[in-house]
Design a protein around this ligand. Structure first.
Ligand code: BES
Ligand code: ZN
Length: 859
């Protein structure tokens, strides 16, 4: 942190941040979007406070023309003598020729802009109805720094103000903004004016406007606030699920936070084109359709879970993010980690049978996969220019952040934690906060030294691996920590964390649990009695990996049945990570995997299969048959036990497990019988959709694509185009990237740049193509050839995500590295470096294990 700051001493804060001499109090904004010409006209009057006398006002604006700017105070009225637009810094400087005295003024600006097609700022979106007719929509997406594309503003999170929005739109359109409609009148020229109520004080990135032929569900009352699902015509049958979790989670959060919902209504709006998953605009949350609209009867459990997750996440933001906002983008985790953590809490409370905290293990592991890189970063991380804010929306902010919150919650106790959170929110409502404010509140309410513990997780990059061995002289365990990394360190790493370690031990006296705060390199845990086995990270909440001395590992793997699913998950995942890091021989993992043949937990299987998928990515083609055979052997018992049809009384997790086991058998395992059976069932499904258990359908599609030829390709592409709901559309679209015939995959490549695929999806389709072992090299050449087009066409924030696909390019490392040396990715933050390091890790693995891989797999 310190050296970063030293490096910027030659640049003053002013280059990055707006001057603080003038701040906004209240915006009155009137916009007139024209959905035919894709332009809009606007006028705003901003109540401002001049803190230091000044002759100029600097605020943010980009891709706007400013026609006029006037400041007024009582009788004084000054028209700007010059308006300078600075596109590089995305600012406008209004010069008035005379000094404005300190105090309150009114600033009026007339401006014009465009409804762009980049899915940010004020943008256009379109969809076809069932008759093939095209309809247009205008929507906003302002986070992190794009409110400035819709109206000139102080576009920084700390400059909170209230917003009073009016819209002038065609008579036959519907408009939605953050608040309820105050009044509406016809203008007599085919247009109407809609005036919305004034918002609470909030950051500019939370303002929202949506215009189009929208329909809304009947409102559900949630503690006095009407909640509706809003969608384009014809999608009413897909709204029920979101309505339920929407109402549940909103109520859940107002109880948890002990603060009522801060808006006057809440609309959850599905937009046909949307860059991310969803956006927490206060009172007007916007979503991509797959994240909100779902057919309850045909969707798989994970598709339903996705909707529940996203809706809960955004609802959680109404407090965390909207009511209390980070001061600056370095503190983004205060928004996103919390929303992610709260999302789990709410979904877990809604459907306890889903065991959401166990499947969160998958996210925690994914965060660790990035955090074990030297190119990782601390959760809170310096952001200078606002343009760097985009780089903060990553797995470290979201998943690592949520995981360390879960660790703290478990350490303090759920109720102590809740009280501290509620206090923090009450203290800072309608305002902004920093990490230190959160520790203050948690310390005040719990009386525990939270800051010391948490600073080691929030401000340091990486995480520890905790090694455990029998303490010398018998009784007890010796624990030690050091930073975990896949690649060797250049110099010895001496970082330490304050690790709340939970240990579960079986001795001759039974099973007991022990708590120890490991804050030095080593600590001894005294355990009375003779230890039969010991498990570190009981409950699996800790953000660290564990490593066992050989005799402890042997003992533990003989006691698998005594471990909870999340503990078995961690055992598999930690062992696999140690293999990738070169600490543990591959053979040991493969031997251990055999012990899991009778495993019944979905997430443990996910951890096992993730390892075999990784092998599939790194091995030479010649070794693939051996891998496939090994996968078949691994899955045989589970597949036989689960069969192809639901068993009486089975729970949803079991039908989901069946789907991933059979799905893997028919793809990764290349099992012929599985393929034939899948074809048969899929044919039945075509005749009668209810004949196949719904969780199995995505697996059938993936097996058919994997083994498919031109006929299947054509059929799936048709199905993509004729899909009856967003999930079906997505299944078939992405299936087009998992065929195994080059000529078909080439056609999919072409689709990424055609109008057949929305730009909200194309980068992710490209990602899948880069990961397909049949076409990855060619997909890479395609990407290089079309890079400029992609940059121009795709939403900016999706480019770093698309590039994650490069981690599979194990034969092209140098070329990939060279390319990114000369092609810098905007908004990437450190993510491109991280992808490149992951590629390095994969290549190192391949050269380390390559020669014996085939033998190991056959062993
Ligand atoms: N605040 C974000 C949306 C966002 C993401 C804005 C990136 C700007 C850049 C929103 O709350 C969010 O986190 N959305 C997630 C889904 C969520 C369930 C993790 C997303 O869009 O992926
Ligand atoms: Zn979020």
């Amino acid at each position: 942190m310190h050296d970063q700051e030293a490096a910027v001493t030659s640049v003053t804060a002013e280059d990055y941040r707006l001057p603080t001499s003038v701040t906004p109090e209240r915006y009155e904004i009137r916009l007139s979007p024209d959905l035919r010409s894709f332009t809009f006209a606007g006028e705003e009057t901003v109540a401002i406070t001049v803190h230091q006398p000044t002759a100029e006002i600097v605020l943010n604006a980009i891709e706007l023309e400013i026609d006029r700017a006037v400041v007024e105070r009582g009788e004084r009225r000054l028209t700007a003598t010059a308006v300078e637009l600075d596109p590089t810094n995305e600012r406008a400087r209004l010069r008035f020729g005379e000094t404005l005295a300190a105090g309150s003024w009114r600033l009026t600006i007339a401006f014009r802009g465009i409804l762009n097609d980049k899915l940010h700022g004020f943008y256009r979106s379109q969809y076809k109805d069932s008759a093939g007719q095209i309809h247009r929509v205008a929507a906003t997406q302002f986070e992190a720094t794009d409110a400035r594309r819709a109206f000139p503003c102080w576009d920084e999170p700390a400059l909170k103000a209230s917003f009073k929005v009016s819209l002038v739109i065609d008579d036959d359109l519907t408009a939605i903004s953050n608040t309820a409609i105050e009044r509406e009148r016809r203008l007599g020229d085919g247009r109407k004016e809609i005036v919305f109520k004034e918002t609470i004080r909030m950051s500019s990135y939370l303002a929202a406007i949506v215009v189009g032929e929208f329909e809304a569900t009947e409102a559900v009352d949630v503690g006095g606030a009407p909640l509706r699902i809003v969608h384009v015509p014809g999608k009413r049958p897909l709204t029920n699920w979101a309505r339920e979790i929407g109402a549940f989670s909103l109520k859940f959060f107002s109880d948890y936070y002990a603060i009522k919902y801060p808006g006057d209504k809440l609309d959850l709006i599905a937009i046909p084109d949307f860059a991310s998953g969803a956006m927490e605009n206060l009172g007007a949350i916007t979503f991509r359709e797959t994240a909100l609209l779902v057919d309850e009867k045909s969707a798989s459990r994970s598709e339903l879970e996705r909707v529940a997750d996203v809706v809960s996440h955004e609802n959680a933001h109404m407090w965390f993010g909207d009511l209390v906002t980070m001061k600056w983008w370095n503190g983004l985790w205060l928004n996103e980690a919390f929303a992610t953590f709260m999302e789990m809490l709410a979904v877990d409370a809604w459907k306890p049978q889903w065991q959401r905290w166990v499947s969160f293990g998958v996210s925690r592991a994914a965060a660790m996969a990035v955090d074990a890189l030297h190119s990782t970063r601390p959760i809170e991380y310096t952001v200078r220019a606002a343009s760097e804010a985009g780089g903060m929306f990553d797995i470290l902010t979201y998943e690592k952040g949520a995981a360390v919150l879960r660790m703290l919650e478990q350490y303090l106790g759920a109720e102590e934690f809740r009280k501290g959170i509620s206090l923090y929110l009450r203290k800072h409502q309608y305002a902004n906060a920093e990490t230190t404010d959160l520790w203050d509140a948690l310390e005040e309410s719990s009386g525990q030294p939270v800051r010391k513990l948490m600073d080691s997780w929030i401000f340091q990059p990486g995480f520890p691996i905790v090694s455990v061995r029998p303490a010398s002289g018998g009784r007890g365990l010796m624990l030690s920590q050091r930073r975990f990394a896949y690649l060797p360190e250049n110099q010895p790493n001496t970082q330490l964390w304050r690790v709340p370690v939970m240990v579960k031990v079986r001795t001759d006296g039974g099973v007991s649990t022990h708590k120890i705060l490991l804050n030095e390199t080593e600590a001894t845990l005294e355990v009375p009695g003779r230890i039969e086995w010991a498990l570190v990270n009981q409950g699996g909440h800790g953000f660290y990996r564990s490593r066992y001395a050989p005799e402890l590992l042997d003992a533990l793997t003989s006691a698998l049945a005594e471990l909870a699913p999340i503990e078995r998950f961690a055992l598999v995942n930690d062992t696999w990570a140690a293999v990738v890091a070169g600490l543990t021989p591959l053979g040991e993992f493969l031997k251990m995997a055999r012990l899991f043949r009778d495993e019944t937990d979905l997430n443990v299987w996910r951890a096992l299969l993730a390892a075999f998928n990784y092998l599939d990515m790194v091995i030479e083609d010649a070794a693939r048959p051996a891998l496939q055979a090994r996968v078949r052997e691994l899955l045989a018992a589970a597949a036989a036990r689960l069969e192809w049809t639901p068993q009486r009384g089975e729970d949803e997790l079991q039908s989901q497990l069946r789907a991933i086991i059979l799905g893997a058998l028919g793809t990764l395992g290349a099992d012929g019988d599985c393929r034939d059976r899948a074809r048969e069932l899929y044919a039945n499904y075509g005749r009668d959709a209810s004949s196949v258990e719904r969780n199995l359908v995505p697996a059938l599609i993936s097996i058919l694509a994997y083994n498919g030829g031109e006929a299947e390709y054509r059929e799936f592409k048709e199905n993509f185009k004729a899909a009856r709901n967003p999930q079906e559309e997505q299944r078939y679209l992405f299936s087009l990237a998992s065929f195994r015939r080059l000529e078909l995959l080439r056609a999919t490549m072409d689709m990424t740049l055609s109008d057949e695929v929305r730009t909200q999806n194309a980068p992710y389709l490209m990602h899948s193509l880069l990961n397909n072992t049949i076409c990855r090299e060619e997909a890479w050449r395609f990407l290089k050839r079309n890079w400029d087009k992609m940059i121009e066409r795709y939403p900016e924030n999706s480019i770093p995500r698309m590039c994650e696909g490069i981690i599979a390019l194990v034969t092209l490392e140098d070329e990939v590295r060279e390319f990114f040396a000369t092609h810098k990715v905007k908004q990437g933050g450190k993510t491109i470096d991280q992808h490149l390091e992951r590629l390095r890790v994969a290549v190192a693995f391949r050269s380390r294990e390559g020669a014996n891989l085939e033998r190991e797999l056959k062993g």
